[in-house]
Design a binder for this molecule. Sequence first.
Ligand SMILES: [Zn+2]
Length: 488
Amino acid sequence: MLTREHFDVILAGGDLIDGSGSSRFVADVGILGDHVAAIGDLSDASADERLDVSGKVVAPGFIDAHTHDDRLLFADPAMKPKSSQGVTTVIVGNCGVSLAPFSAPGRPKPPLDLIFGLDPVRFPTFSGFLDAVDRQPAATNAAFLIGHQTVRVREVVDLNRPAEYDEILAMRSHVAEAMEAGAIGLSTGLFYPPARAATTDEVVALTEVAAAAGGLYATHLRDEGAKLLDSVKEALEIGRRTNAPVVLSHHKASGVANHGKVKESLPLIREARKSQKVALDVYPYIASSTVLLSERVADSSKVLITWSEPMPEAAGRDLAELAMEYQQSPIAMVSRLQPAGAIYFSMAEDDVREVISFEDVMIGSDGIPHDEKPHPRLWGTFPRILGYYVREVGLFSLEEAVRRMTSLPASVFGLKDRGCIREGAYADITIFNPETIIDSANFDSPTQPAEGILAVMTNGTFIWRNGKPTGARPGRALRLRDQVMPKN
Ligand SMILES: [Zn+2]
């Protein structure tokens, strides 16, 4: 250690949790440029800024393994819902929905409309999208999946049938272009109407292009309810046939009749992991959220509207109450509200805890940033794991929780020199108070910054401090194979 050195910033005297799962230890962290330059006793070193963080945890910035933040990178470059939680990297393009490559103006089919704005900004190519992120960076880093639904809506003439040969070729060329541009893999959302008619073979045909370029396969399963196990098997088969690592998104058992099914799906995943690469992510809530779909209403104990185009005043309201007010059946009310989004109370707390406790589960918010009254997971996921499931419930140690939010997703998604604090790694860092960190966002007030996050840094620059964004936008578009060690 070179104590004579000068650093841009020294984080002094914090409890360092390095992301590996190892126990915390007290150390100073010296940051130079975009990377961690020294760890140890830096009391003799000088710095432009020395920040006393004693009694606080210094951890790698969290990696949100599952987001729909594609357009948020431009719409709110401070990335407030994420930077306020200590997130420094988001994985975008999930559930088969990516902002690129897509060129049609206006409101696209649900669920594409969850992330597409009505503004005319469109990216017909993936490279154009990533270049735009380079030109207008956000506060956080982002890594990018190309969405099957996006290319399917673009290329398949009749979405109610499997894609034909020439349509598959067209979709494959988009996947190839995206991988060339730096995408980290392909995502699907086989549950959603634009993708339901896709066969396993159709998905394999696209996934093999991503896999050949080193990409992975991330999937919102065809069925998270009655056919959960069959759907997990389909995803595993796609991984085996293409050699792609598989990421099972927001793992859950949905609908009261299916509660407890994760006790069967998790052993299936554990067994598959002996012979193929399989990862999964989870968000810490018993309610899900997506576009308003009548089939999801039936298996939910309660439905809250998150937005509605014809009835904006319905945002935040209970569907059953609205139906009574309008003297209509809930299903008729669903039609009246369309296009719209909703929150569905459809999971069991025991199942949620079972999945969070799985040995290698990543944390992914699945937040939907453009909803009028979003699911609180958008603002609360990471502090809720750390404050509620770790500190209050005691599911596992704080060090283990941090590992699941940092080095684990960095390794699954191939983010080199991120998700860890060690000399030479990028200085993506979150400083929090382990005694007070907790989510503030709830179903009534879903857009509240969490408590206990003191400062957040991306690539060596503070993006969140004293309860607000700093305005800095040091984030980068992380491209597969394009991440080299920072020069010391
Ligand atoms: Zn999804």
